[in-house]
Design a protein around this ligand. Structure first.
Ligand SMILES: Nc1ncnc2c1ncn2[C@@H]1O[C@H](COP(=O)(O)OS(=O)(=O)O)[C@@H](OP(=O)(O)O)[C@H]1O
Length: 284
């Protein structure tokens, strides 16, 4: 186990804002309500994009709230100390985010009807997104090169541990009525995923409202919205050049992986994920 993380039950967490005590309390004591909505992802999978979309679906495309309340307050991270404190006594339905692996999620989730939206992204793009993000963050262990970081990704020596374990764990929930699985790639491709989100949340939007959701959750609009682009937290968690909204595209990994890395990744992916249906991974 490396010193560059906070560890809880064998899973590494960022060194800022997380403690084993709070992580234990969250798992044992946080109570999900039936009317909560949980945004669930492995880091760098498009979490903030999904939060923005869900906020806009609830406001029927009206951007007032996304322009006035920071995204981390609209959907706090339950496992982070400040998120837990903000959420635990909050009245009414809550929008909640998490990157927790299934074994660390509050136990109450499994006895509630809270709606869970799980967003998956091609792990090769997750890897590259994390490479650029963690490389300039002040809360994750520093790596020397893409080669080293690639090894760490495969081993799970990164915040929240292994993508492969995380995905396996949560995919065991597929088919449950309150569990919607979406992919970053399909979300980029067309509007069908947004319609699925509306249906899942029981919200009916007019075409112009749907257009407004699309427009206001676009990469460009989010990048310019200081309530969504994390520029307000720049000093706390990123260096001068650190950005959350980097490129926002699918397949960027092809610009960075060597042929050897691409082949090695394919092999590992096939070995580790062979037991799951391939339609769960809708990227080429
Ligand atoms: N609106 C929109 N459209 C498309 N893509 C978007 C959007 N918003 C965020 N992103 C991209 O999501 C990546 C960051 O993922 P997360 O939000 O999960 O990051 S974090 O784990 O919460 O830090 C990161 O991906 P990369 O650009 O590949 O690094 C963001 O650019």
């Amino acid at each position: 186990m490396s010193d560059g993380y906070v560890w809880f039950e064998g899973v590494p967490f960022p060194t800022k804002g997380f403690t084993p005590e709070v992580l234990r309390e969250v798992r044992e004591s946080f109570v999900f309500k039936d009317e909560d909505v949980l945004i669930l992802t492995y880091p760098k999978s498009g979490t903030n994009w999904l939060i923005e979309i869900v906020c806009l679906v609830y406001s029927k495309g009206d951007p007032k709230r996304i322009q006035s309340v920071p995204i981390w307050e609209r959907s706090p991270w339950v496992e982070a100390e400040c998120g837990y404190n903000a959420l635990k006594d909050k009245e009414g339905p809550r929008l909640i985010s998490t990157h927790l692996p299934i074994q660390l999620i509050p136990k109450s989730l499994f006895n509630s009807k809270a709606k869970v939206i799980y967003l998956i992204r091609n792990p090769r793009d997750v890897l590259m997104s994390g490479y650029f993000f963690y490389g300039v963050s002040s809360f994750a262990e520093k790596f020397e090169s893409l080669e080293e970081y690639f090894e760490w990704f495969i081993k799970g020596n990164l915040p929240y541990g292994s993508w492969f374990d995380h995905t396996h764990g949560w995919m065991s929930m597929r088919g449950k009525e309150n569990f919607l699985i979406l992919s970053y790639e399909e979300l980029k491709r067309d509007t069908r995923s947004i319609i699925e989100i509306c249906q899942f949340l029981g919200k009916k939007l007019e075409p112009e409202e749907l257009n407004s959701v699309l427009k206001n959750s676009s990469f460009q609009v989010m990048k310019e919205n200081k309530m969504s682009n994390y520029s307000l937290l720049q000093d706390q968690c990123l260096s001068k050049n650190g950005i959350l909204l980097r490129k926002g595209i699918s397949g960027d990994w092809k610009n960075y992986f060597t042929v050897t890395q691409a082949e090695a990744f394919d092999k590992i992916f096939q070995e580790k994920m062979a037991d799951l249906p391939q339609e769960l991974f809708p990227w080429e």
